[in-house]
Write a protein that binds this ligand. Structure first.
Ligand code: ARG
Length: 593
């Protein structure tokens, strides 16, 4: 096992490994399960004794009781400055109390060497994160917001863990809808030169109009279907129209990515199109593709309906593209982890694609080994009426409008706050521009955070009131807490480096210790959030961190106390970890708001 200085849990796990190997050399498979426990006996706990005892009894090996198994584990622990004391509790559980001194020293070391030394180690070199992925000419809706925000956070966490991340926008830029779009474009603009953004105006409206034509006019429908074939056959006039439509749509999407400050690389469905025939050929040669009702399909155990890879009319579909994309990502891009972020409604699709890939030997059967493909599904966004989130006129909610609204609500609040502050004589006087900036920062952060903090699999109710609340687990609360923290340490900014290198951090007060211990858990939490692809784990951590800090600050005087230096260092460490959490969630905090 490689030593990871940042990850307290893995360091402790290594100690227990050593102990288990020494105590029970004939039990090579025992994995030490070290969990944080809420008991007052210790900070971590090894729960292996009962399982081992049962096994020994079965084998006829004699251990008097479960307590003595625990005893053996405890006695064989290598000496370590991490551990303050150990004790045996309940059914042979080994409780570990970590050393205050060690916690303090580790935190101070991070302050000097940087939070990067606390980044997790993952057994992954390169990952593809396929996220956002809206469809050209169609609305980018709240579902795509979830995908964008969750995907960005996952990418950030992996990047922090030193994984080479390919951020892929798998836009829907290749499908039968282009037939009607192109045909409608030709109809509206017989002169190609007339086509441009302003002439088309609202691309979504354009999509709707063309769809209506498609559904009501048979001649148009026939032309549109022919146009698909012409486009896919590579006829230049059609390709040109397609390029124009994509370009207009792309500009719309880019505006949103710019607002959200999310970076993505577009590699849409069309990119993989040239690879499809080869990939399907290879699968056919392996005997995996069968003909079923005129289509070419892959049957997958446990699924009633097969995965269609070539349609009856010879065309390709969503699944053909995803098979080719998976092949490309594994073989050309050499990714070891391929992560897809979409709503849970697409789970079956990805299940089938992954199973087909396993059948073909592209991926190992065992999900515990790499290369690996994972679907990160998320639930629906609901309105406050508990139904699918819609506008009053029952249209899909436009992303831009949501962000705008969050911002303008925050702006209103910030202005009121400003007024109050002035009457109270507190002299922060923001300019109009600064207020605008703050409102944007906090408003957008609130939308992002509300999306991330829920376990992503459950549906969530979109509520401005809730997400913009300055109390509770919201970005607003956290950003204000961070700014307050910054104002405490501001005075020490000038000589903070000196304090870090010559001062001494001690954790004598119980609330100092609790805060310090929580800071030390940062690395294992990020690792857990990465491995399980759950940004919500990091949100919970951040919220708890700010609670531990509040408690500490309430009970421990910082400025002007005898422990001032140590406590300033603890504040500085909290600010450092909070800042990193925000960053991993795609939020940029401000020192002053
Ligand atoms: N464009 C799809 C949608 O809007 C999402 C694509 C997800 N990625 C993938 N490789 N299939 O639902």
């Amino acid at each position: 096992e490689e030593e990871n200085v940042g990850n307290m849990k893995s360091q402790l796990t290594n100690l227990f490994y050593a102990s288990l190997r020494a105590a029970f050399p004939h039990e090579p498979d025992v994995v030490p399960l070290v969990v944080a426990s809420t008991t007052k006996f210790g900070d971590y706990q090894c729960n292996n004794a009962p399982g081992l005892f049962t096994k020994f009894r079965r084998n006829g090996t004699h251990y008097m009781n479960v307590h003595s198994v625990g005893q053996a584990i405890m006695m064989n622990l290598p000496p370590s400055e991490m551990i303050e004391s150990c004790s045996i509790g309940g059914p042979g559980f080994v409780n570990v109390k970590l050393s205050n001194n060690w916690i303090a020293k580790s935190i101070q070391k991070m302050l000097i060497d940087g939070i990067g030394t606390w980044s997790p180690r993952l057994p992954v070199r390169r990952a593809v994160v396929d996220f956002s992925s809206p469809n050209i000419a169609k609305e980018m809706h709240v579902g795509h917001l979830r995908s964008t925000v969750i995907g960005d956070s996952i990418a950030r966490m992996l990047e922090f863990s030193n994984v080479d991340v390919l951020r892929r926008n798998h836009v829907g830029d290749w499908g039968t809808q282009f037939g009607m779009l192109i045909e409608y474009l030709f109809e509206k603009f017989p002169n190609v030169e007339d086509v441009n953004e302003t002439a088309i105006g609202d691309l979504q409206a354009f999509y709707k109009e063309s769809k209506k034509r498609f559904e009501t006019d048979l001649a148009f429908k026939a032309r549109a279907q022919k146009a698909v074939v012409q486009l896919q056959g590579g006829e230049s006039k059609y390709l040109q129209a397609w390029t124009q439509i994509c370009e207009i749509s792309r500009k719309e999407f880019d505006k949103i990515y710019e607002l959200l400050e999310v970076h993505l690389e577009e590699m849409g469905e069309s990119f993989y199109n040239p690879y499809i025939p080869k990939v399907i050929e290879a699968l056919s040669n392996q005997g995996l593709v069968e003909v079923n009702e005129g289509a070419r399909v892959i049957f997958i155990e446990g699924f009633k309906i097969p995965l269609i890879v070539v349609k009856k009319d010879g065309g390709y579909n969503y699944a053909s593209t995803d098979l080719a994309a998976l092949w490309y990502r594994l073989n050309e891009e050499k990714a070891d982890w391929i992560i897809y972020v979409t709503d849970v409604g697409q789970q079956q699709h990805f299940d089938m694609v992954f199973r087909a890939a396993k059948g073909a030997g592209w991926l190992p059967d065992d999900d515990g080994t790499y290369p690996k493909a994972s679907h990160v599904g998320f639930g629906l966004v609901l309105g406050e009426d508990g139904k699918r989130f819609r506008t009053r006129s029952s249209e899909v909610v436009r992303l831009v409008d949501l962000l705008d609204e969050a911002k303008s609500r925050m702006l209103k609040e910030a202005k009121e706050k400003q007024k109050k502050r002035l009457t109270n004589g507190i002299a922060i006087q923001w300019s109009e521009e600064e207020l605008e900036q703050i409102a944007k920062l906090v408003g957008y952060a609130a939308v992002k955070y509300a999306d991330l903090k829920n376990n992503r699999l459950t549906n969530y109710t979109f509520s401005f009131k809730q997400m913009l609340n300055c109390q509770g687990n919201t970005a607003v609360y956290l950003l204000y807490a961070y700014a307050r923290l910054c104002s405490i340490i501001e005075k020490f900014e000038q000589n903070i480096w000196e304090l870090k290198t010559t001062g001494l951090l001690v954790l004598d007060h119980v609330d100092e210790r609790m805060l310090g211990l929580h800071l030390m858990r940062f690395s294992e939490i990020v690792e857990e959030a990465c491995s399980n692809l759950l940004p919500s784990v990091l949100c919970d951590y951040l919220y708890n961190l700010s609670e531990y800090f509040t408690k500490f600050y309430l009970n421990c005087q910082v400025v002007g106390s005898a422990e001032e230096t140590s406590r300033v260092l603890l504040c500085e460490a909290t600010a450092t970890v909070m800042r990193k959490c925000f960053h991993l969630l795609g939020i940029v905090p401000r020192n002053k708001i």
